[in-house]
Design a protein around this ligand. Structure first.
Ligand code: ADP
Ligand code: MG
Length: 184
């Protein structure tokens, strides 16, 4: 089982949104489970509505586990990072959020990991934020996840059941980049 951990100690940085979106994408071809390690349980809170298995442990027979994590540096995090095949670190496109990544980035040294820009907006120039992120010397996923209604609604509707083809393509591109990092 491949384990993809989504981590960033800032709340509101699209961790749970990405976890669900990636899981919905992967479930088209793989046996996928979601693990919500957030004690505030954002995904756990509505797991009966999510068409994906939300599990408490990784004993089941799945191809891929997507692991969501809480908006603080939990003491579980070192163990979660150690066991992950890939750590995906979402970052909103602003300077404060970019600087705030230093803690989590210090923890993923030697792991396969990448930063993905999230909640990006069309035509907003974020080259200064990208320059800041480059200083971390961690790969930056080429595809960002833009601001879209299909993502804001992901807890209620699978974006792959909507006609938002752009959202579907973005998520698939992110998945493919993660796969090539895991296999590379
Ligand atoms: N790409 C996006 N487009 C639109 N809304 C988004 C996007 N990513 C996150 N959101 C919204 O932003 C809020 C915070 O996202 P969430 O995934 O809960 O962050 P986290 O899990 O990191 O705290 C939620 O209301 C979510 O619906
Ligand atoms: Mg969350």
């Amino acid at each position: 089982m491949k384990k993809i951990l989504i981590a960033n100690s800032k709340g509101g940085s699209s961790k749970s949104t990405l976890a669900l979106s990636l899981a919905y994408c992967l479930t088209q071809n793989y046996k996928v489970c979601l693990v919500d390690t957030d004690t505030q349980g954002s995904i756990n809170n509505f797991k009966q509505y999510v068409g994906i298995d939300v599990v408490d442990n990784l004993d089941g027979n799945y191809d891929i586990a997507i692991i969501d994590s809480p908006p603080y540096l939990t003491n579980q995090l070192p163990e979660l990072i150690k066991n992950a095949d890939f750590v995906l670190i979402p970052c909103r496109p602003n300077y404060f959020d970019a600087l705030a990544l230093s803690g989590i980035i210090g923890m993923v040294k030697g792991k396969k990991a990448g930063i993905v820009l999230v909640q990006t907006q069309h035509r907003v120039n974020i080259s200064d934020v990208i320059d800041t992120l480059k200083e971390y010397e961690l790969p930056i996923i080429k595809q960002s996840m833009s601001q879209r209604v299909a993502y804001a609604r992901v807890a209620m509707q699978n974006p792959f059941d909507t006609d938002d083809v752009k959202a579907q393509k973005e998520i698939l591109s992110i998945v493919l980049e993660i796969f090539s990092a895991i296999n590379g």
